[in-house]
Ligand binder design. Structure first.
Ligand SMILES: Cc1cc2nc3c(=O)[nH]c(=O)nc-3n(C[C@H](O)[C@H](O)[C@H](O)COP(=O)(O)O)c2cc1C
Length: 185
């Protein structure tokens, strides 16, 4: 399949078929796509926690509710597996730290690249995904042993769409608004 064709067909899935599970083999292939992703200074500032047991999923479903019951995933209980993408302290080149005074300058982008590659690998396996951006960091640390100096940046829901044949509607800004040549327009 052409890459742009895949981009047009991949979408954020918010309705999963709870009867269809995801195997560990599939989950590890998705993680492999994250592991192979590029990162600033090749620091690989990530750790991936696969969440597929009923007990761990229950905890995860609680951790992605923040504050007074706010969640980006009201459909979370249908999801057969999740992957938590955790940003670790990055070991970057001295010149980067010197200039930006920040070891984490590239890390959120690195996590984003890994996450996107994982979504595309899942798509190639016939699976559906949705990134979930909000989570309660304190609960993540308590439930999953994530060290306090690491940030649970995004949770990836993985499963089979409840309606796999539903049309995909890509809502995107027009090309001319987001792109110009040689200068800002
Ligand atoms: C960092 C990030 C966080 C997101 N968090 C959520 C979320 O909590 N819940 C949700 O339903 N979608 C979430 N999304 C999915 C976006 O809403 C989605 O990518 C966007 O609307 C474009 O749609 P598409 O992915 O179907 O092309 C998130 C996406 C990103 C990149």
């Amino acid at each position: 399949m052409d890459f742009l064709d895949m981009m047009n067909r991949r979408h954020s899935c918010r309705a999963y078929d709870p009867a269809q599970g995801v195997s560990r083999e599939e989950l590890l292939k998705i993680v492999e796509a994250g592991r192979l992703s590029p990162s600033g200074c090749n620091s690989q500032p990530w750790k991936f926690i696969v969440v597929d047991s009923p007990e761990a999923k229950e905890k995860l479903c609680d951790a992605i509710v923040v504050g007074d019951g706010v969640t980006g995933a009201p459909w979370r209980h249908q999801v057969p597996a999740f992957i938590i993408l955790i940003e670790k302290k990055a070991k970057v080149m001295p010149m980067v730290v010197e200039y930006y005074k920040d070891t984490q300058r590239f890390a959120p982008g690195d996590i984003g690249a890994a996450c996107m590659n994982m979504c595309h690998e899942a798509f190639c396996l016939g699976l559906d995904t949705c990134m979930i951006g909000m989570n309660d960091q304190a609960k993540m640390e308590k439930y999953f042993g994530i060290p306090a100096d690491c940030i649970a940046r995004v949770v990836l829901a993985v499963g089979h769409a409840a309606n796999p044949d539903a049309p995909v509607n890509k809502v995107r800004k027009p090309l001319e608004e987001v792109c110009s040549f040689n200068y800002w327009e």
